[in-house]
Ligand binder design. Structure first.
Ligand code: ZN
Length: 154
């Protein structure tokens, strides 16, 4: 699914990218966000009710995000757009730049991650655009918890 996300929802943008969605995130003016939504057929996600109403009046796809926590926001989107709350690395996008990540042989990241990380993990992915290396490290416990909480509140 394709989204454009307003400047107040940067964390949500990163979550959606990790879950494999094509997300443009931008601090552009409202009129420019709307133009992107219409031109690229993206759903505009916003916490700005005026912008939401304006988008609807201009016949752009838009969704007003009400949740206060990340879990609430993810649950709202899952309910509205039938998004599955899981991260499949085969489809996952770089949370920083929205490019699809690719598996990378362990040997190739030897000098790009901490020694302890290299020793502990066997699977790595990289972003072909920005070069960021990813692995399912300790922070994944928190990621899974967040997704679980979001699913439970559905
Ligand atoms: Zn990237």
């Amino acid at each position: 699914m394709k989204f454009v996300v307003d400047g107040m929802l940067g964390t949500l943008a990163r979550w959606l990218r990790m879950m494999g969605h094509d997300v443009r995130y931008s601090t552009l003016e409202d009129s420019e966000l709307l133009a992107i939504a219409k031109k690229e057929h993206r759903i505009l996600l916003t916490r700005d009710f005026e912008l939401y109403q304006h988008a609807v009046s201009r016949e752009a796809d838009a969704f007003y995000v009400e949740g206060q926590t990340q879990e609430e926001r993810l649950a709202e989107l899952a309910a509205r757009f039938a998004i599955s709350l899981r991260i499949d690395m085969a489809a996952s996008r770089c949370p920083k730049c929205n490019t699809q990540v690719q598996p990378v042989p362990k040997e190739e990241v030897a000098n790009r991650v901490e020694k302890s990380t290299f020793e502990h993990y066997t699977e790595f992915w990289e972003c072909p655009k920005c070069g960021q290396v990813y692995w399912q490290g300790a922070h994944w416990t928190r990621i899974r918890e967040t997704l679980k909480t979001a699913k439970q509140s559905l």
